[in-house]
Design a protein around this ligand. Structure first.
Ligand code: SF4
Length: 431
């Protein structure tokens, strides 16, 4: 069972939080999407200390996510019309559509493929309409605009033909990521209908199917019982046919790996031959310390999950509330990374999924008394830029790429090392 704000506030669970938090939640859920699964409420949140609990913080919005001004506006609403206006104004002020995602919608001639994104040559993202929701919503979600009434910002498609037609004429594409929301929210029948498109003989160039999902964290029952039997069988068949299936899991905190249900779900997926990789953003108040990441990566290795990415929180939604300065993100990553064995060092980060590509913070160096960030693309719209380090002036307040000043001339002086170079700034900020 899943709880909307109304259902939650009417349920026995509401009594576990104080009356002020109940009132705040009712107001906040008008702006931010709110949904939470019974599994999260029953098995992941420690209600004795809910205010500090990382999974409570992960799923329940709080007052400080809004600026004082916006909070006052919400508290003083006088009519339904005003509420609509104010909510809309606040949502639009929260950068609902970060990092040039609209630019990624592909076209063939005049035909636009609105449910797809194609940013990197090998990989296409597909947004099935029925998967544009999740088993619970994360307070820091970077796709929150998908879940609220900001129609012009939605990416979704229920058109199998779009998926088929686009891939048929793009033989360079080897990977398709089915994403959302959470595609595992779809019933098996619907999910399988899309998987069947990807396994058609004409699309034999599709070698890997990725499923981007937080279901292992929010609803591991999805892989247990009869419904679970069906999906495990289906995935096994696809793997037997020669395709690779990568489950792009989203774990934000080691507590999400602690239940018997998630252990069993992971085991079943692995036994079917599915590779599970794990990624999550670094979020203030939820996982902004090295011990949390160290423990999470270590536990993942023990469970057979491959640590994959630590992301920098994107500049959308309550970014001011959740973001961690880039230099601190680098420190947290480095400290955690230095305490894990080589098996967990598959993880990459901290990485910004920005408009031009995935930018890794690769180091902080000092030269002539000044500090600099060392950055590099690990994925890029322009593949020629990948894996070539470049520099930005150190800025202790910067939380995202566009707050950094890229240095064009550092590579001309003696700090230059083989392979280091710099690029014109307009390459990075041309959106
Ligand atoms: S699971 Fe992903 S898409 Fe769903 S709310 Fe969380 S971050 Fe957003």
């Amino acid at each position: 069972m899943f709880f909307t704000v109304k259902r939650f506030l009417k349920s026995e669970y509401a009594e576990r939080i104080n009356s002020q938090d109940q009132k705040n939640l009712a107001l906040l859920a008008k702006v931010f999407p709110f949904k939470v699964s019974r599994y999260v409420l029953d098995e992941l949140i420690d209600w004795r200390n809910y205010d500090d609990d990382p999974v409570y913080r992960l799923t329940f919005p709080r007052k400080s996510m809004l600026s004082d001004r916006h909070w006052n506006m919400m508290e003083n609403l006088s009519s339904v019309e005003e509420e609509k206006k104010v909510v809309n104004l606040i949502r639009h002020s929260l950068n609902p559509h970060p990092n040039g995602q609209k630019k990624n919608i592909p076209k063939i001639g005049d035909r636009s493929f609105g449910g797809l994104q194609h940013k990197y040559r090998e990989t296409v993202l597909f947004f099935p309409a029925q998967g544009q929701t999740c088993h619970s919503y994360c307070t820091y979600c970077f796709r929150w605009a998908q879940f609220v009434n900001l129609d012009e910002h939605k990416f979704k498609s229920k058109d199998h033909k779009d998926l088929y037609d686009y891939l048929l004429v793009n033989p360079d594409v080897t990977d398709v990521l089915i994403t959302g929301g959470d595609p595992l929210f779809m019933p098996n029948k619907t999910l399988f209908s899309y998987l069947d498109v990807l396994t058609m003989p004409e699309l034999s160039h599709i070698r890997s199917i990725r499923l981007g999902s937080k279901s292992l964290s929010f609803y591991p029952n999805r892989f247990l019982g009869e419904e679970g039997d069906e999906i495990i069988y289906k995935l096994k068949q696809i793997i037997k046919s020669g395709k690779h299936i990568a489950f792009m899991a989203h774990f934000s905190h080691p507590n999400e790996l602690s239940t018997e249900k998630v252990t069993r779900a992971v085991e079943r997926l692995r036994n079917a031959g599915v590779e599970i990789r794990s990624q999550a953003p670094l979020i203030k108040g939820i996982n902004d310390n090295p011990e949390t990441w160290r423990d999470m990566w270590q536990k993942q290795v023990e469970m057979g999950i491959i640590p994959y990415y630590m992301f920098v929180e994107r500049d959308t939604g309550a970014h001011n509330y959740f973001s961690v300065p880039l230099f601190r993100a680098y420190e947290i990553f480095t400290e955690a990374y230095s305490q894990i064995s080589g098996l967990a060092k598959t993880v990459r980060g901290p990485s910004m999924s920005a408009d031009p590509g995935k930018v890794l913070i690769d180091g902080i160096v000092e030269y002539e008394g000044a500090k600099h960030f060392v950055l590099k693309f690990i994925q890029a719209r322009d593949a020629s830029q990948i894996n070539k380090p470049f520099f930005a002036k150190f800025n202790e307040n910067a939380t995202w790429l566009d707050e950094l000043e890229i240095e064009e001339d550092l590579s001309d002086n003696s700090v230059k090392a083989d392979g280091y170079f710099s690029l014109p700034q307009n390459i990075y900020f041309n959106s």
